[in-house]
Design a protein around this ligand. Structure first.
Ligand code: NAG
Ligand code: NAG
Length: 331
């Protein structure tokens, strides 16, 4: 044990006693498995849509983007649609092995215990490294992700009904009510995304979700004490009842042949518009913008976030069409 770790241990002891101490030991000895376990266990506390957790997506697109994100000269080996599956022969396939220097310099991330848990169950480990369960990505190594195998994130999908100036819920041409959801603009790529984040080792998914939403969409860290109380209250209240809409692989541009993003996406719905809807959104932390976005099939979001939004629309019996301009004018 390093002295840094011993200091950390003392702090844990004073603060939270035996239970956390125990999880600390598990974390130190098996950081990789532990994160995965937490991600799956806590996810069970929310309601799950049956049938959407086990089946992995057929193919990925963003995980095959030519230029690797945040890099100027890291290109993927082109993988045609019909060569994504590992079961299809592809003898010419010679992807670059790339792990960003940032990842390599972070202590602890080089540890590669390989039996970390995926939402999809077992994945293959070839020559000592996990293999992307969807297929080829055109790049080997860890890229900019911290760990081989699944890297766990959590994404809150905060929704409310779109209302006109009288406060009446706006419906689409089929009489289905229209939803809005909170999206943030990412600092790294400028794309709109859900205000989620990585599940930190030993952290409950429910906590990740609240923390990330508070920090990214409500600028919690920069708020005054009075505002902080208001924000915490609204978030605690709304986030009591979550509806899990997805848990599993994310088609993310950071994925490689050996590591990939997985997420638990949970929908929190402000039915009457009197919870977080009452508090002004304010971008903070990793976000440069934040707004309520009308949910429909044409929205373009980071990674496979659009796919998650369709699940929300279906589950809430909401519109998945683009509202007509006439409908939008009423707002
Ligand atoms: C890929 O690079 C990493 C270091 O960045 C190295 O540890 C690993 O052995 C390399 N893998 C292959 C297959 O060359
Ligand atoms: C959605 O509609 C179905 C059938 O029309 C109904 O059984 C279900 O309760 C509705 N769900 C919600 C959240 O309103």
């Amino acid at each position: 044990m390093t002295s840094e770790r011993r200091v950390g241990l003392d702090v844990y002891l004073c603060w939270t006693g035996f239970v956390l101490l125990l999880s600390y030991f598990i974390h130190v000895s098996q950081p990789e498995e532990f994160m995965g376990l937490v991600a799956t266990r806590v996810a069970r506390n929310t309601k799950t849509m049956s049938g959407c957790t086990s089946k992995i997506m057929e193919t990925h697109y963003k995980a095959r983007c030519n230029l690797y994100p945040r890099e100027k000269d890291v290109f993927r080996f082109p993988v045609p649609d019909d060569k994504v599956k590992w079961s299809v022969d592809f003898p010419e396939y010679k992807p670059t092995n790339f792990t960003s220097s940032k990842v390599l310099s972070k202590p602890g991330t080089e540890k590669k215990k390989l039996n970390r848990i995926s939402h999809h169950g077992k994945y293959e480990v070839i020559d000592g490294v996990p293999r992307n369960p969807v297929g080829r990505t055109g790049l080997r190594g860890r890229g900019c992700l911290g760990r081989y195998g699944p890297n766990h994130a959590a994404d809150p999908i905060v929704t409310r009904w779109l209302r006109d100036t009288n406060g009446d819920v706006i419906k689409d041409g089929h009489g289905k009510p229209v939803l809005e959801f909170v999206a943030i603009q990412r600092q790294d790529c400028g794309e709109w995304a859900l205000p989620g984040g990585m599940v930190e080792a030993g952290e409950k998914v429910s906590l990740t979700i609240k923390r990330e939403f508070g920090e990214e969409a409500m600028s919690y860290l920069e708020a005054s004490d009075e505002e902080k109380n208001k924000i915490s209250e609204a978030i605690d209240d709304l986030f009591k009842n979550g509806l899990e809409v997805y848990s599993g692989y994310v088609d993310d541009p950071r994925n490689t042949d050996n590591c990939w993003m997985e997420t638990v996406a949970v929908n929190f719905h402000d039915e009457n518009g009197n919870s977080v809807s009452k508090i002004a959104l304010k971008a903070g932390d990793d976000a440069v913008g934040v707004k309520w976005v009308v949910l429909n099939k044409d929205i373009k979001l980071y990674a496979s976030h659009s796919h998650l939004m369709e699940q929300v629309a279906t589950k809430r019996n909401a519109s998945w069409e683009r509202p007509s301009s006439e409908q939008m004018q009423k707002t």
